[in-house]
Design a protein around this ligand. Sequence first.
Ligand code: GLU
Length: 335
Amino acid sequence: MSSPLRVRIAPSPTGAIHLGLARTALFNWAYARGRKGQFVLRLEDTDRARSTRESETAIIEGLRWLGLDWDEGPELGGDYGPYRQSERIDRHRELMGSLMDTGHAYACFCTSERLSEVRERQQAANETPRYDRCCREIPIEEAQVRAASGEAFAVRFKVPTGQTGFQDLVRKEVVFENGEIDDWVMVRQSGDPTYNFVVACDDADMEITHVLRGEEHLVNTPKQVLLYAALGVSAPVFAHLPLLLGKGRKKLSKRDGGVSLSDYRDQGYPREAILNFLCMQGWALDGETDVFDLATFVEHFDLEDVSRGGAIFDFDKFLWLAGEYLHKETDEVLA
Ligand code: GLU
């Protein structure tokens, strides 16, 4: 019987494969492969203006070039499809409707001018800008009449009082005060759903059991956890992987040797060296061995051993590692 473990990556097809995505993909893949789980590729193309088919192809080709494979995805299909978020929009609308019916979400008729005024006022008073919940208590019947008469509205999540905690295999117990969480927009006035809404809907519908993603999403997680509760489903287990940083713990940049996978591939660095180095971005085999292959990674990788601090992408070390792999190549391959 296959294990119920299901992980996914959900890249937005808006550009080249960033090294951070390559690392997240690799960790998800290894976690699934080491535990007889399933690895899913879902494309989060909800940003219609920025998503392109070229980027989709580049992501798929880049991950395949790395040697990763997945069990379900946009080009493979699978039992939980479709695997392009934009093709799941009917389901998102359905869930939006039920969340409004159950009082977990509400229509917000505020214009962008009003929202800007509120923000400016809060900034002037040195307060954290947030929605002032002006539409939160509009009776549902009144909201329905206004919506039916054509008044534009966004849909916001009604954040309850209290605290929201979740299990994170890297960061352990994480707890947020709900008072710090805005009544965030689930669906914009344009009808476009937002990331936090659809990612949780899709992860729930696809029965994803573990969400491994970059730490930049840690702040989004309580919103998603509250949404799971509102939908009446249990949240997956999370693992927020440390950010990939460049020298001086700054955002990874071109100066660190490149930010996208293709920067390295196109310069002819060995694929095995790139993979080996990505394995070490937040994880170590035994603190001594730097050169190891993918099979070793799959065998030993566990989220409990992922470091919490930032993973520093040390380009000099990468050059050394690439050299180790190049030494092993025959003259023919090198030529
Ligand atoms: N589309 C999001 C990203 O590329 C997915 C984040 C997630 O894994 O939830 O950052």
